[in-house]
Design a protein around this ligand. Sequence first.
Ligand code: JFZ
Length: 594
Amino acid sequence: MKRILFIVCFAVTCFATGAQGMEEMWDSTASKKEHPDIQWFKDAKFGLFIHWGLYSKLAGTWQGKNYYGSGEWIMNQAKIPVREYEQVAATFNPVNFNADEWAQLAKDAGVKYMVITAKHHEGFSMFDSKVTHFDIVDATPYKKDPMKALSEAARKRGIQFGFYYSQFQDWHEPNGGRNTWDFDESKKDYQQYYREKAIPQLKELLTNYGPLGIVWFDTPGGMTKEQTQRFINELRKLQPKSLFSSRVGQGLGDYKDFGDSEVPPVPIAGAWESIYTHNDSWGYIAHDMNFKSSDEIIKLLANVASKGGNLMLNVGPDGLGNIPYYSVKYLKATGEWLKRNGESIYASTAGFIPAQPWGVTTAKPGRLFLQVLNRPANDTVLVPGFINTVSKVYALDGKMRLPFVKKGTDLYVNMATVKNVHCPSTVLVVEYKGAASAYNATAPVTVSAAFENNMIDAIFAKTNGNAKVQSLTYSHYFGDWKHTTCVTDMLDPGDAAGFAVRITDPGDYKLLLEYACPQESANQEGSLEIGDKTFLFRTLRTSEYDHKAPLLFIKHPVAIFTVAKPGIYRIVVKPFKQGKELFKLKSIIVEPIK
Ligand code: JFZ
């Protein structure tokens, strides 16, 4: 148990460090006293995030020049002066906005909550505010308050409604955070900005839009821990039931938000959320077509739920109020899957069986849900470390009973009779007797010949010497943060990464190292040991680690290994001799050779 706690705490530490330290560490001691109304959030599992503002109208283009990356940052990227940016409001007329259509899409997608940008860093209020004229009612030809209509349409459908509010960054205000192109940073009085805009506006939002499920703060700054606590207390009085996101800052807030596009690899206790955007940008960009398919969304949702969290997926409607075609299409398809399989997602908790080559698990009392994301070639799903007595196994959709055998704590389920209809995750249900067993964080990673490849993720490394497991953050375009867990700091043979793997089938296997390697690390020798064999290799250059550029990984085949006897093997990767960091190791891939 101690070990499990250690792993969980370790993962929180590792994954709480956001992009460029923008997000302070979330205080895990604060999480002990949970918000009394947190349960709906823990049960929700799936939320819809909406980024909508003047930037949606610009759509990634300013004065004929295209900007890539996160669209809501265009004012900052192009350093647009406040007076010029204000002109955009005069042309902002989202005549196609239809609150009922948006809320119905959310309902059809199967989300349980929705959070929309009331004011993003650009400083424009998408609601009727008496605090400023730079709002949708006063400054645009649209003249209506879309937030009012949307809050009502969502609530009517039983969807919790919440506001995103950029409490510190406000590029429109002389005293707001981070506009350095119009205003002198050294002359800023953040307290004045909080007093005169942020707090009065948050009070409007917490007063005029009915009960808010969530207030989603972002990119904190300019306040001490004591000031943040007073800020929270003052707002809490208006709506004690409303949950505040951890990006209120200073380790406070009611639930933890993981940095953009980051799923913790092991279960995390407490209430938390992973946020992803549907393509590469949070705000609408006309030329961003990198939409995740419904299959990808469903796999992501199952994966996040298997670690005990919520997925809040973002869409960026355009300046006319249209939600992009592919967002509508894929959200609806996700909802279709949830109609048949939602029982394994909503109100579930993290599965107590670690990730397997076939997929991940979620749980409810007496039931373990197997999210089969990769169907095994032999139709046999091995659930290792299953201690409880099994009473029955069936496919969730259709309830067909499935044969199973138990060999010690190995549960084998035969899914041959489950039709091979196209399905991103086939959910199997294991009903068992007794209390759920604890998650075994030290279980070896399973490797089986029933899959084209088996991935042993860096997170499962036991490191020696200076080697450590780290989350690396980088962006492809601008502000679209990616996170990858790697073993780093392997500089000499004492800095080793060890992996315990259980290989269930005899045969030949090819081993590939997936790593990123800058110029200075290239052409160094390393070794991979498995069983009683040692394989040498020389590192190949991929890319530098620069947080503003993609981190490129190569899959470098380094060994062929014959497994005569199924069992537990130890794989050790380390430098052959002392030198620079060998590489950043993302995973070991094990491919059965047919
Ligand atoms: C912030 C915003 O700047 C961005 O525009 C968007 O609204 C996003 C949802 O949140 O960006 C962040 C904030 C924190 C991290 C990454 C991006 N982080 O901690 O990794």
